[in-house]
Design a protein around this ligand. Structure first.
Ligand code: NAD
Ligand code: UGA
Length: 464
C-alpha cells in the first residue's frame, strides 16, 4: 500500500473540521482537504479571521491558523478532492430518521450513501474509504456494495474509524485520545489499509493506544461506548430524584460511589439531562437494531436510558412551575446557558430547548443568555420542534448578550449549561435586580448554593 500523501474528508462539521485540522497539524507532509456542500460553512472555515471558524472549540482556532493554507484546505469542490485523495474520510451527519421505516429510531444514512456513490462515480485510482461518521453496525456492507460494483476497475478498501472526541474538549481529545479504533478486513489488502491509517495516527499517538478490530466490532463499539456513557448519566439522574425525596445529596452519593475504582468518578455528574447530537441518536439506533434482530429485552434495556433522560428534563421544568406556585404564565424566567454543554456553541438536543418548550407551553416569558450561542440559533432550535409558530416562539423568548440584563426583573433563574463564567457572577447584584422571592434552579449544580442562600435566594439543585 502506498504512502498516504493526500486525504479528503467529506463533511466539515463538528467532527470533520477539528479531526482533520489536528491530522493536518500533526502530519505536515499530508495534504488534507475538507469538503462540504454547505458553502456558508466552508466560507466560515476559510474566513481570514480565524476566530470566525464555524465550530467553537478551545484551542481549535490556533490549530487551524497553523495548518490552514499550508497543508489544510477547505473547499466545496467535492469531486476534485475525492479524485486527488489516496484516503477519503466520510464524516457527514447521520441523524435519526424523520420519515418512513425506522422513523424516530434508526439512523438516516442517505448522506452516507450519497458520499459512497459520489466516490464511486469520481474515483479514477484505488482509494481507502474511512467511515468516520457514527454508523449502525453493518453499514460498511452497503458502502462496500456500492464501491465494489462500479465496473470501473478502481479498488476500494473500507475501514471503520469512529471518532470518540467530546465537544468542548475536541482538540485535547484528538491530540491525546484514550484510544483510536480502526476496523478493517482480515484480507491482505484489508490489513494494508489498516496499516496505512495506523501509520497516520502513529505520528503522534502511542501504538498501544491504536486498537484494530474487524469492521463490525469497530462500528458497534462506537454505539456501545456512547450508550455506556449516557447510561451512567441516566443512572445518576435517576438517583438524583430519589435523593430529592430522602435528603441524601447526589454530589455526596456520586463521590461515594465514584471512589470505588470499579465504578470510577467520571460521568457521574447529575444534571438537567444529557444533550448533544449523538447520545440519544446512537442509543435509539442501538435500540432499533436490537429490535430488528428480535432482541426486545436488549432494546428495552437501552431504551430506558432515553426514557429516564426525557423524564429528567421534564421534571426540571415541572419543578420550576410547581415552585412558582403552579403558574409561570407571564412570569419572566432567565435561562443561563443554551448550549448542550460548556465550551461549545453546539445546541443540538440541548436540555435547554426542551425545558424552554415546556415552560413556553405554560406561557412563561423566557430571557436567555449564553456566552457562545447566537439568537438565530436559539429561535431555530425552538422552531425545529414545531410545537408552536415561529411568531409565538419569538414573542415568548428574548435573547440577551448580557447575563445581568437577562436576569433583570426575573422571577426565577434556571442554569442549563455549566459555563464556568456563571460561577463568578456578582450574584448579589443579580439578586437585587430580581423579583422576590428570588428563585434559582441550578440544573448543573455548579453554583455556590451556600453563598446564594446567604444572599437570600431560594435555591433548587438537582438531587439535593
Ligand atoms: P455536522 O452536521 O456538524 O457535520 C456534517 C457535515 O456534513 C455538514 O456540514 C453537511 O453539510 C456535510 N455533508 C452532508 N452530506 C454531504 C455530502 N454528500 N457531501 C459533502 N458534505 C456533506 O455533524 P458532526 O457533528 O460533525 O457529526 C458527523 C458524524 O460524526 C455523525 O455521524 C456523528 O454521529 C459523528 N460524531 C459526532 C461527534 C460530535 O461530537 N459531534 C463525535 C463523534 C462522532
Ligand atoms: C459524547 C462522548 O463523550 C464522546 O466520546 C463521543 O465521541 C460523542 O458523544 C459523540 O459521539 O458525539 P459529547 O456529546 O460531545 O461527547 O459530550 P459529553 O461530554 O459526553 O456530554 C454529553 C452530555 O452529557 C452533555 O449534555 C453533558 O452536559 C452531559 N453530561 C456529561 C452530564 O449530564 N453528566 C456527566 O457526568 C457528563
Amino acid at each position: 500500500m502506498k504512502n498516504i500523501t493526500k486525504i479528503c474528508c467529506i463533511g466539515a462539521g463538528y467532527v470533520g473540521g477539528p479531526t482533520m485540522a489536528v491530522v493536518a497539524k500533526q502530519c505536515p507532509n499530508i495534504k488534507v482537504t475538507i469538503v462540504d456542500l454547505n458553502e456558508a460553512r466552508i466560507a466560515a472555515w476559510n474566513d481570514p479571521d480565524v476566530n470566525n471558524i464555524p465550530v467553537y472549540e478551545p484551542g481549535l482556532s490556533e490549530v487551524v491558523a497553523e495548518a490552514r493554507g499550508r497543508n489544510l484546505f477547505f473547499s466545496t469542490d467535492v469531486d476534485k478532492a475525492i479524485d486527488e485523495a489516496d484516503m477519503i474520510f466520510i464524516s457527514v451527519n447521520t441523524p435519526t430518521k424523520t420519515y418512513g421505516a425506522g422513523k424516530g429510531m434508526g439512523a438516516d444514512l442517505k448522506w452516507i450513501e450519497l458520499c459512497a456513490r459520489q466516490i464511486a462515480r469520481v474515483s479514477k485510482s484505488d482509494k481507502i474509504v474511512v467511515e468516520k461518521s457514527t454508523l449502525p453496525v453493518r453499514t460498511a456492507e452497503a458502502v462496500k456494495d456500492i464501491l465494489h460494483n462500479t465496473g470501473s476497475g478502481v479498488k476500494f478498501q473500507i475501514l471503520s474509524n469512529p471518532e470518540f472526541l467530546a465537544e468542548g474538549t475536541a482538540v485535547q481529545d484528538l491530540l491525546a485520545p484514550d484510544r483510536v479504533l480502526i476496523g478493517g478486513d482480515d484480507s491482505i489488502e484489508g490489513k494494508e489499509a489498516i496499516q496505512a491509517l495506523v501509520d497516520i495516527y502513529a505520528q503522534w499517538i502511542p501504538l498501544d493506544r491504536i486498537l484494530t478490530t474487524n469492521v463490525w466490532s469497530s462500528e458497534l463499539s462506537k454505539l456501545v461506548a456512547n450508550a455506556f456513557l449516557a447510561q451512567r448519566i441516566s443512572s445518576i439522574n435517576a438517583i438524583s430524584e430519589l435523593c430529592e425525596k430522602t435528603e441524601a445529596n447526589i454530589n455526596e452519593v456520586s463521590r461515594a460511589i465514584g471512589t470505588d475504582s470499579r465504578i470510577g468518578p467520571k460521568f457521574l455528574k447529575a444534571s438537567v439531562g444529557f444533550g448533544g447530537s449523538c447520545f440519544q441518536k446512537d442509543i435509539l439506533n442501538l435500540v432499533y437494531i436490537s429490535r430488528s434482530f428480535g432482541l426486545s429485552e436488549v432494546a428495552d434495556y437501552w431504551e430506558q436510558v432515553i426514557i429516564m433522560n426525557d423524564h429528567q428534563k421534564k421534571r426540571f421544568a415541572l419543578n420550576i412551575v410547581r415552585s412558582l406556585y403552579n403558574t409561570v404564565s407571564g412570569k419572566k424566567i432567565a435561562f443561563l446557558g443554551w448550549a448542550f454543554k460548556k465550551d461549545t456553541n453546539d445546541t443540538r438536543e440541548s436540555a435547554a430547548i426542551y425545558v424552554a418548550d415546556e415552560l413556553l407551553n405554560e406561557q412563561a416569558s423566557i430571557q436567555i443568555y449564553d456566552p457562545k450561542v447566537v439568537e438565530k440559533q436559539i429561535y431555530g432550535d425552538l422552531d425545529y420542534l414545531e410545537t408552536r409558530s415561529a411568531e409565538l416562539n419569538k414573542s415568548g423568548v428574548t435573547v440577551f448578550n448580557d447575563p445581568y440584563e437577562a436576569c433583570n426583573d426575573a422571577h426565577a433563574i434556571a442554569v442549563l449549561t455549566e459555563w464556568d463564567e456563571f460561577k463568578d457572577y456578582d450574584w448579589k447584584r443579580i439578586y437585587d435586580s430580581m423579583l422576590k422571592p428570588a428563585k434559582i434552579f441550578d440544573g448543573r449544580n455548579i453554583l455556590d448554593h451556600k453563598l446564594l442562600k446567604e444572599i437570600g435566594f431560594k435555591v433548587y439543585g438537582i438531587g439535593m
